[in-house]
Ligand binder design. Sequence first.
Ligand code: PLP
Length: 462
Amino acid sequence: MKHDVEAFRRASAEASDWIARYLEDPARFRVNPAIRPGELFDRLPGEGPDAGEPLEVILADFERLILPAVTHWNHPRFFNYFACTASVPGVVAEMLAASMNTNGLNWVASPAVTELEQVALGWLRQWLGLSADYFGQIFDTASVSTLHAVMAAREWVDPEVRLNGITKPLVIYSSDQAHSSIDKAAVAAGIGLRNIRKIPSDDEFRMKPDALREAMAADAAANLTPCCVIVTAGTTSTTSVDPLEPVLDIAAAHNAWVHIDAAYAGAAAILPEFAWMLKGNERAHSLVMNPHKWLFTPMDCSAFYTRHPDVLRRTFTITPEYLKTTTDPREVSLMDYGVALGRRFRSLKLWYVLRYFGRDKLRELIRGHIAMAQELAGWIASDPRFELAAPSPFSAVCFRLRDSEERTRALVSAINATGAFFISQTVLKGRYAARVAIGNQATTIEDIRALWAEIQRLATLL
Ligand code: PLP
């Protein structure tokens, strides 16, 4: 059956018009939907249609039924989790990639997917200041990137693991502030939650190197194998940065793999003033940063780099007859570097984003977000009712009302109930804190002023 390209022309014109209006003014919508669990489910038919429906009708139902259940991550007043952006070049590239549906499982399957991924990640590697021997590939999420780091680390300390599975107890280390994706990686890689050491962090939420040294030494003395240390550059709660260079020295004494989780704050490394954050990366083994967090690229795009691609290849190469290809030395088969066989054309959107903005504009946007966060932190610090709950090195601010944890909780709920702003919460050293993360392209200082005015108003009312 031929494609109905006339229907496509009409529907895509309507959809792109909708997208343009959306990007122009997403603030028409509540940032978080006013909806109860199950409500959308109950409003949709339990069975799919026997007869097909026109695209116009489906679009109308998208607006009527689906949109009211959407949380608008592309909204300038989205300050929850890590705020992010689907920018114009990224949206256009996603449309093109969807139309071709090309799958770069190996080079022959789609040379462009394989080679553009290397080119775009090569540019990004240079902008991040990573050493030239980092090999990159794109996964869907940082969680999957970190899982690959942990699986590579298993192979690094035990080259028989691919054949035998884990035969000796392996241990991984992160700070007590590290992301839960590390725990999931330990589960998925068969290492086990019991074998993660959550190293205490200091007053500024950074891993304490002395505590790491002691933990690794104790494990080695107990005949356990220190396998992998995960250093976070930009923790999820406070965006603190673990001290990379001391950790590298300590891990080297045990020949452990060092993985840098820069999923969010890695984007700031393209600013010369933040190059310190990844200093020493030429001695680490792998790194993840998510262009889909703070580099204006739509979900999903997680850049995973390793200086030891040979270890990934050793871990994952399995080539049945139907996947055999040529033996040209320049041919890269990305299926050999990870779990997945199929590979979406994610590099297209990253390439579009990097070209459309260029490094200068990206730097300007990121600096702008950091400046807005610093302004907000300043306003909070100068209001005696509030206190900052942590330093704000990047674009996230944690704070609380001084007098009561309960009132801070109520404040977060009240802000989110307005539907005008969406912020998050965390617990720092046992104490509750509100958290605002800035990272959407369209956010301006007016949005931050409006948020601060609302925080102050509600703090007076509560
Ligand atoms: N690492 C850090 C530091 C994060 O903040 C997050 C998510 O916010 C992740 C990893 C997981 O990211 P993803 O959702 O891409 O798996």
